[in-house]
Ligand binder design. Sequence first.
Ligand code: ACO
Length: 288
Amino acid sequence: MILRSQVAGCGAYLPERIITNCELAGRLDTSDEWIRQRTGIGERRVAAAGELTSDLAFRAAQRALASAGMNGNDLQAVCAGFIFALSVADNALRLGQARTALVIGAETFSRILDWEDRGTCVLFGDGAGALVLRSVSDPSPSGRFILSNHLHSDGRQYDILYVDGGPSSTRASGFLRMQGREVFRQAVQHLSEVIDEALRANDLTAADIDWLVPHQANSRIIDAMGRKLGLSADKIVMTIEEHANTSAASIPLALEAAVDDGRIKPGHLVLMEALGGGLSWGASLVRW
Ligand code: ACO
C-alpha cells in the first residue's frame, strides 16, 4: 500500500499589537520609505506581555484543526523551520508511523530583536500558522498530497545569521545578528537551486506551478524567485507588507491567507521555499 500526506486543514494566528514603520521611525533613524523600498514591509505584529510563542502556536493549531474538522487528541507539535517540520511529518505519514500530523510554525522574534538596531528590528514580526496533514492510501499520480520535500544546510555559513548569547555566554538569551547583504545573496542563489531541484524531481516545469508561497523575508528576494520561475505577481502569495518576516510562521500564515480568500483551491500545485539560519534551506511541492 502506498501512503501519501494530504493537507486536511490550515490555520493561522497573529498577535493583536501592530507596529507600523512610522512608529519605528519615531524612535529609530529609519523611515517608512526606506523599509518599504528595501524589504516590502509595511507593519509587523508583536506578542503581548505574557503571550508566549506556545500561545500563538496553540491558537494557530486550534484553527487548523477546526478547518480540518478534527480535534487535538492525537496531535504532535513541531517548532523547527516549517519546511523541515513538514518534511519530518510527511516522512512519518509515508512510513505509516502516524495517520495525522499537526505541523506548526510559531515565532516571537520580537523577544530576540535588538530594538535599537535598525538593520534587523524593522524586518521581523510575531505570528503562527499550522497545517493538519492526514495520510491517504494509494492515491492516483495526480492526487492531492505532498509530492516532495528538499532540504539542505551549510554550517560554514552559520555566522551570517544567528542569535548570540545563550546559556554558555554572559547573556541567557541573545539577539538576532545578521549580515543582511550576504544573507540576501545566499538566499537568491540557494532558493533558485532548490526550486529547480524540486521541479526536476517531479518532472515539472515552472509553467505547472499554480502558486508560489515563499518564506516572507524580503519582497526583493520573492520578486527574484518569481522572475526566475516566470511567474506573474498574481501567482505569488505575499503577506510581508502586513506581517513582516515571521520566520518559520511565514509560510503557513501565507498559506492560510490564500486558502481563506479562495486563491489556493483543491488540486492546485503549490510550491513553497524558505531559507533561514544555519544556513538551512528547502522547498516543498504540494498538490493542495
Ligand atoms: N532604515 C534606514 N536605513 C537603514 C536601515 C533602516 N532600517 N537599515 C540599514 N540602513 C542603512 C544602512 O546603514 C546603510 O547606510 P550607508 O549606506 O550609509 O552605510 C544603507 O541603509 C544600506 O544598508 P544595506 O544593509 O547595504 O542595505 P540592503 O540594500 O542590503 O538592505 C536588508 C538591507 C533589507 C537587510 C537586505 O540586505 C536583506 O533583506 N537581506 C536579506 C535578509 C533576510 O532575508 N533575512 C532573513 C532570512 S532568515 C529568516 O527569515 C529567519
